[in-house]
Structure formats: structure tokens, C-alpha cells
Design a protein around this ligand. Structure first.
Ligand SMILES: Nc1nc2c(ncn2[C@@H]2O[C@H](COP(=O)(O)OP(=O)(O)OP(=O)(O)O)[C@@H](O)[C@H]2O)c(=O)[nH]1
Ligand SMILES: [Mg+2]
Length: 187
């Protein structure tokens, strides 16, 4: 799949149109800092450095826009709950993300990432409520399942039968996530 990086920004969100002149729909990744949002982008498109990742939280500090085959836009958002950032920095990101979420009319789907070892927390609950109010579908993706035992993974799937359980260590999961996204976008 042809994916290209468009730009990083806090304020000026790009738009692309289809050949028919229709604004392309958009998918954004949200979730706690360090949950694996940027890694999931690299995993999905099988490219090492498309999105920048880091083992320490707070790597993504801007909104990063990508075009997927010029059919939809994908946005890597800074994660929430990153305690080490300065107060001003936190304010800047959360303002930018709030602004993005409240104004982005082309936003069709949120990939909602949760660390499979931790489960959703209070901040995640706020996000869930927000998406519900705005009627934006959430695709739940539990990350880092390579860290779970087989039994733990089974329990997680039982508790959240609709959710995707994912690890970047298993190439097999890629297509499934892509297909779910495309289905929700109506492709
Ligand atoms: N074991 C394992 N590690 C993972 C997986 N996905 C991501 N990681 C690791 O988790 C860490 C954080 O990954 P990122 O993709 O940078 O996380 P992020 O959600 O983009 O973080 P912010 O940019 O801070 O919001 C990195 O060290 C990744 O290598 C996974 O499926 N399994
Ligand atoms: Mg990131």
C-alpha cells in the first residue's frame, strides 16, 4: 500500500480531495502515550520509520498526517497522560488535539489503542464518552499482546469480543486491521 507522510502540525490541518472533488475521509489514532500508536502505523504499512516511535513516552508531539493511497488520511496524534512533559507542552498538545477533535469534520473513525496489560483508564473513559457523543466510531485495538500469556489473551478476547488484539510482532494481523478500517470507511 502506498502511504506518504504529508506534514506535522499543531494547527494547520491538511485536506486532500478525491479526483471527484470530495474531501478524503480521515482516521486518527488515539490513546495513552507509549501505547503504541506510531508503532501501529509502521506495522500496518510495513515500513520502519514512517512514524517516529520511542521506548520513552511523549515521542509524538505534533499531529502527523499521512495519506493512504490517496483514499483516506491517517493521523498520528500525541498520546495523553504523559506526566514528564512540561505543563506548557501538555497544554499545547491537549489544546491542539481538542481543537482537532472538535473541528475535524472529515474524521470518520478513531483507532482507539489500549495497552493490553493495563486496560482502559479514566482518561480513556473520557475519550470513549466523547466519541459516543460525537457519534464517531471507535475501533478498539489492544496493543502489545506479545506480552500476554495465552490464557491472558483469551480472557481479554472474551471480555472484549469486538476488539482487535494486536502485536507488531505478528505480521498476520496487519490485513485484518486494514480491512476493518476500509469496511468502516465504506470502501
Ligand atoms: N512488545 C511490544 N512493544 C511494542 C508494541 N507496539 C509498540 N511497542 C513499543 O512501545 C513503545 C512505544 O511505542 P510508540 O509507538 O512510540 O507509542 P505511542 O503511542 O506513539 O507514544 P506517544 O508518541 O508518546 O504517544 C516503543 O518502545 C515500541 O517499540 C508491541 O506490539 N509489542
Ligand atoms: Mg507516537
Amino acid at each position: 500500500m502506498l502511504v506518504r507522510f504529508l506534514l506535522s502540525t499543531l494547527t494547520d490541518f491538511p485536506t486532500l480531495k478525491s479526483p471527484q472533488g470530495i474531501l478524503l475521509p480521515e482516521v486518527a489514532l488515539i490513546g495513552r502515550s507509549n501505547v503504541g500508536k506510531s508503532s501501529l502505523i509502521n506495522y500496518l504499512f510495513n515500513q520502519k520509520n514512517l512514524a517516529k516511535t520511542s521506548s520513552s513516552p511523549g515521542k509524538t508531539r505534533l499531529l502527523n498526517f499521512f495519506s493512504v493511497e490517496d483514499r483516506y488520511l491517517l493521523v498520528d496524534l500525541p498520546g495523553y497522560g504523559f506526566a514528564k512533559a512540561s505543563e506548557r507542552e501538555m497544554e499545547n498538545w491537549s489544546k491542539a488535539v481538542d481543537h482537532y477533535l472538535s473541528t475535524r469534520t472529515t474524521l470518520r473513525l478513531l483507532l482507539f489503542l489500549i495497552d493490553s496489560r493495563r486496560g482502559p483508564n479514566q482518561e480513556d473513559d473520557v475519550m470513549i464518552a466523547w466519541a459516543k457523543e460525537k457519534k464517531i466510531p471507535l475501533l478498539w485495538i489492544f496493543t502489545k499482546t506479545d506480552k500476554l500469556s495465552r490464557v491472558e489473551k483469551g480472557k481479554l478476547q472474551q471480555m472484549y469480543p469486538e476488539a482487535i488484539v494486536s502485536t507488531v510482532k505478528e505480521p498476520d494481523g496487519r490485513r485484518n486491521i486494514q480491512q476493518k478500517i476500509e469496511k468502516i470507511l465504506g470502501f
